[in-house]
Design a protein around this ligand. Sequence first.
Ligand code: ADP
Ligand code: MG
Length: 452
Amino acid sequence: MTKDEWGDLKQDLLATIGANNFKNWIEPLDFSGVSDGIAQFIVPTKFIGDYVSKTFGDQLLYKIGRVSTDVRRVQFKVSAATSQPLTKTAKVPARQATTRLDDDNLIPAAPLDDRFTFDTFVVGKPNELAHAAAKRVAEGGPVTFNPLFLYGGVGLGKTHLMHAIAWELQSNRPDLNVVYLSAEQFMYRFVQALRDRKMMDFKQMFRSVDVLMVDDVQFIAGKESTQEEFFHTFNALVDQNKQIIISGDRAPGEIKNLEERIKSRLQCGLVVDLHPTDYELRLGILQSKLERYRTQYPELDMAEGVLEFLAHRISTNVRVLEGALTRLFAFASLIKQEVTLELTQDCLADVLRASERKISIEEIQRRVAEHYNIRLSEMIGPKRVRNFARPRQVAMYLCKQMTSRSLPEIGRRFGGRDHTTVMHGVKRIDELRIQDAQIADDLEILRRTLES
Ligand code: ADP
Ligand code: MG
């Protein structure tokens, strides 16, 4: 079949399938020739190729067969030109910068960091649930919870887990199109597609993904049309039973300026959070990093107690912890000295100072009052009605947990109450924490915001 013959054939098709279908599906086809009995067409997206093949494939083959009797099959390939990633996102040098949709179609995925795998992820109490959920999704079995929503504060391993899932899926299920990107990149691409009038391509591209991972979804809060598009993409994929994995810096319901329908959609699947690290987890992470450094710097000497010291003193987030360790090793190897406690304190003086941020009683009272929507004066005042008493006890509990103030001191700051009152309050919340999920949630949220 020659190009001219294809032109005639198209006219023929126009008559049979109608102008609309023709414009949407046949016009975009670019006939590139026949080889080995296969008539080949270049299509702008995989979606169009699939659709044409499914809907008009037989018809096409029949019509082509009348012109060229040797054609047995039609094939649609995605053109490289139109399917370039819409943006460049090479922030980290990655083993593989894009996920391949099929042979030719590059999907606009963000690069994966090859340090972020399950192997390097240290599991502890605060993240075991998130880890287990991530592992499950990474198996690539039947979709059981959709979406998987991972949330937690800065530097607690959300991105690490997302990348780990993507890596593992790529090896467990190479047949799946796994696309990872940040919500910011999603927005950026959406805007660009709008600008370049490529919304059809954009939609098709995202709807032809098998596993969609969107990191830091809070980013699209307040961005209306991006949210709208995200919502449609999300629904289309869920309807097709495709796995979606989302991360955010807080629970879906707590993300401000996020549409209600999106919140509720995000809550439909499994919502798991990464809790702030505890001492054991931090120590575990440091030990695992140390082991990896040892292979890199075999001459590295480290005194007893340094890791424990760091795990104890740097409790903000894992990123800071890692940064501190890296700096320490670099410094020690430069001056060729053993890493001692003293050297650590010297080298990391600023980091250690920054981590010392003390939380004050006033801060706790203010946050708790805000959280329960009461006035600060009501919290500290004498009224014993439950609406005030419970928040007051929560605040006392947090003061006891998060500051080094004594019970009498705390009592004084709560309108001159006796230390036994404080003790009673603390005990009461300690009990309720276990029986009452709402209280447990409140405490968790408050602790998180106070620590951030
Ligand atoms: P988030 O996306 O939640 O802000 P990241 O996933 O970027 O945090 O994690 C910050 C850094 O801490 C990364 O270098 C990551 O590898 C490391 N990290 C976080 N949690 C763990 C963990 N449990 N084990 C090992 N490394 C971790
Ligand atoms: Mg992140």
